[in-house]
Design a protein around this ligand. Structure first.
Ligand SMILES: C[S@@+](CC[C@H](N)C(=O)[O-])C[C@H]1O[C@@H](n2cnc3c(N)ncnc32)[C@H](O)[C@@H]1O
Length: 256
């Protein structure tokens, strides 16, 4: 039996790492580091920095592996993701066979928390289902980009006693404004906030949260929407990539 640990590492600040994560990383035989190509080399750098700072046990091996590119031609989004997960599970299976001895252990460093818009758990489940490699797996939680956002803006996530929706840019219009008073939007390549026609909504936006390049902007949507669009476009061009998240709010505490 091999043991795999899916470790949340927070969203860019090495100090997001929990003591539980640090202790685990010092007990595994191998740490797998994904390389995603040069555009997001900084993200691989954060993982290396974390290992350099916290992994003090002699003999822990670091193995880089290439993440396959998701193919989108001639298939639906769902099919594309399903194919990609199949390819990744084959990659993981090979990594386990090649680099972890029977009875050994390894860790994956997952951005933020492994439960939030991340498929590492699903992909490991596929490897388990294939039964070529016998393994057990555990999840160690991490600070999510949602927590990094609310902390940077010094705001509570929810209004008193009210629900929160976590959604994507593509699906924002289905629920906000209307169904929910608080929506957290991730994975938004289309800047869906700029299409919300509600002058009283508030937005709390953040990019590269937790890193030295963190940018935050907050205000009435009508007042700050254009500034966020311009800031985002400029930052994206400068870095070659962007990760941003925002919270939209309508209403107040104790409103009914
Ligand atoms: C694939 S999801 C991974 C989320 C991650 N598992 C988490 O717990 O935050 C990537 C999305 O998370 C958000 N995100 C992750 N890290 C971020 C950061 N440092 N700053 C802003 N947004 C971030 C962005 O919305 C990005 O599109």
């Amino acid at each position: 039996m091999r043991n795999i640990y899916i470790v949340g590492i927070g969203t860019g600040n090495p100090e997001h790492l929990t003591v539980q994560a640090i202790n685990r990383l010092n007990k595994v035989d191998v740490i797998f580091i994904p390389s995603k190509g040069t555009a997001k080399a900084e993200l691989a750098e954060v993982r290396r920095d974390i290992c350099q700072r916290y992994v003090t046990t002699e003999g822990v091996r670091f193995i880089d592996y290439a993440v396959p590119v998701r193919q989108t031609a001639d298939r639906s989004y769902v099919q594309s993701v399903d194919d990609w997960h199949a390819e990744l599970s084959a990659t993981y299976e090979q990594l386990f066979e090649d680099h972890i001895a029977e009875g050994g252990s390894a860790a994956f460093l997952v951005w933020g928390d492994p439960s939030l818009y991340d498929s590492t758990i699903r992909i490991i489940e596929r490897v388990v289902a294939r039964r070529r490699v016998v393994l057990d797996y555990s999840v160690i939680p991490g600070i999510t980009s949602i927590q990094a956002l609310t902390a940077s803006h010094r705001i509570p996530l929810n209004l008193v006693g009210k629900p929160v929706q976590v959604t994507t840019g593509r699906r924002l219009m289905e629920s906000f404004p209307g169904l929910v008073e608080t929506a957290v939007v991730m994975l938004d390549g289309e800047q869906a906030f700029s299409k919300i026609d509600d002058p009283d909504a508030y937005i709390y936006w953040g990019a590269y949260l937790g890193t030295d390049d963190e940018i935050t902007i907050a205000g009435r949507l009508a007042d700050v929407s254009d500034r966020i669009l311009a800031t985002r476009a400029e930052a994206r061009a400068r870095h070659g990539w962007i990760m941003d998240i925002y919270l939209l709010r309508k209403g107040r505490d104790f409103d009914d």
